[in-house]
Design a protein around this ligand. Structure first.
Ligand code: GBH
Length: 468
């Protein structure tokens, strides 16, 4: 449709939720205080060669101590919601049994501070910082971890549930399974393709068990979700081999989660395509699929970039994280790239959202979207034109999808702050707020000011990158 002629703005639906997202290990620091146990990311970062520059979870954004200032910053941006994650090893230092009240107290303070600023807390229970003690007995390759996760979820929900209404179980189980146990580029750094598939099932099982544990005790109005990482699979040629290659990657990234969550079980083509690795389905016990299919209220969509796919000889095993994938080649990104080398093309986002609008029965929330670029602070300002363009282009893509009938309820920018970017350390900056890690000084970037304008208008400009 045409933009409003007077304002040149593309308006979002009334009540659309605007927020920003972070994750515990990426921002908190204070990794050894208040009884916190070690997580797999502490171990991984302490292992030479794993994280660029030898960077660790210290000091990150020192958010554990600076949370009040950070909430004030959110308030200044006009955020209506804040998506954060709870560090399991702060709550249960060994992942099982004894609860550390000082860890819970931190999230209490954070939630109270958010509510005092009228910012809705959206809590994620697992954003990759598994207690190391659980990894020592097999981590997500061990079925027991799913039960431990449900116990932990119930503890956090019981403590914060009087104030937190929005809950996500697991962030991007694909990354935990396939980067953690497939390619090993994320913690715990294991290369075991069959184990990655088993981990994927245990993550889904943990999600379902946690949902059941929480909703059994939940007051009316609590909303539960899972967050998946999505891409659009792009091919150069529209023929059968290319379509099949794209479908193969889509299967191992998307449908391996979407289908069981929707009660359809694991997709037949994924089972057939991965059988050569061995019978990973032996870990799927009677009743598991019903637990996994426990309904969610909304689906979290994390989106960054499209994926380029091409067919390869049938026995060719693609390098990288897609455990079990044969006959497919992942092509390098092209065109405009972000500082991380990821392709920036907002059309893929609209395409993905329309596809999810067709295939997913619940409303969607964009729980992460953003880009990494090196920023320069000059005269107290950060003029991140590229990130600003990425942001506005991707918001227009969301707007288009909504116009075409996709039920998208909110958008969370990744990320509020520059932070510990996993295997890339502090070298990749995703924040709409710049962080000087030496001084911990925060500077709102041009992208942050633009996000604030978007929120104030509940609209994006139809053309160009300025609102006022
Ligand atoms: C998210 O993961 C995380 O939830 C968040 O913690 C993180 O900081 C943020 O993204 C930025 O990384 O490797 O070139 O083939 C996103 C994970 C990003 C994984 C895109 C796959 C494919 C690009 N995905 N990536 S490439």
């Amino acid at each position: 449709t045409e933009p409003d002629v007077d304002t040149g703005l593309l308006g979002f639906p009334p009540g659309f939720v605007w927020g920003a997202a972070t994750a515990s290990f990426q921002i908190e620091g204070s990794t050894t205080v208040d009884g916190r146990g070690a997580s797999i990311w502490d171990t991984f970062a302490a292992t030479p060669g794993r994280v660029r520059g030898g960077h660790t979870g210290e000091p990150a954004c020192d958010h554990y101590r600076r949370y009040a200032g950070d909430v004030a910053l959110m308030s200044g941006l006009g955020l209506g919601a804040y998506r954060f994650s709870v560090a399991w090893p702060r709550i249960q230092p060994t992942g099982v049994g004894r609860v550390e009240s000082r860890g819970l107290a931190f999230y209490d303070r954070l939630v109270d501070e958010l509510l005092a600023h009228e910012i809705e807390p959206v809590a994620t229970l697992y954003h990759w910082d598994l207690p190391q003690a659980l990894e020592d007995v097999g981590g997500w390759r061990n079925r027991d971890t799913a039960y431990r996760f449900a116990d932990y979820a119930a503890v956090v929900h019981a403590r914060l549930g009087d104030r937190v209404r929005q809950w996500t179980t697991v962030n991007e189980p694909w990354c935990s399974a396939f980067l953690g146990y497939g390619s090993g580029v994320h913690a715990p750094g294991v290369v075991d393709p069959k184990g990655a598939l088993e981990a994927a099932h245990h993550l889904l099982l943990g999600h379902g068990l946690a949902l059941r544990a929480m909703s059994a005790a939940a007051p009316a109005g609590h909303l539960f979700s899972i967050v998946l990482n999505f891409s659009a699979m792009w091919v150069d040629v529209d023929d059968e081999p290319h379509r099949l290659a794209a479908r193969g990657v889509d299967g191992l990234q998307h449908r391996i989660f979407l289908d069981p969550l929707a009660g359809r079980g694991y997709p037949a083509d994924v089972l057939a395509g991965t059988a050569w690795l061995g019978d990973w389905q032996r870990v799927v016990r009677d009743g598991d699929l019903a637990v996994v299919a426990t309904p969610v209220d909304w689906l979290g969509v994390n989106y960054y970039s499209p994926t380029r796919v091409a067919p390869a000889p049938p026995d060719h095993v693609a390098a990288g994280p897609f455990a079990g994938l044969r006959g497919v080649e992942l092509l390098p990104p092209r065109g405009e790239l972000t500082g991380f080398g990821w392709e920036a093309d907002a059309r893929a986002f609209t395409e993905l959202l329309e596809r999810l609008g067709r295939d997913v029965a619940v409303p969607l929330v964009i729980t992460e979207n953003g880009s990494a670029f090196p920023d320069v602070v000059a005269g107290g300002r950060v003029d991140d034109g590229e990130r600003t363009r990425y942001l506005v282009d991707h918001l227009r893509a969301v707007h288009t999808a909504i116009e075409r009938g996709v039920d998208v309820r909110g958008y969370f920018a990744w990320s509020l702050l520059d932070n510990f970017e996993w295997a890339a350390g502090y070298g990749q900056r995703f924040g709409v707020v710049h962080v000087d890690f030496a001084t911990q000084e925060r500077t709102v970037k041009r992208s942050g000011h633009t996000l604030a304008d978007v929120i104030r208008h509940n609209a994006v400009p139809a053309a160009g990158y300025r609102l006022d």
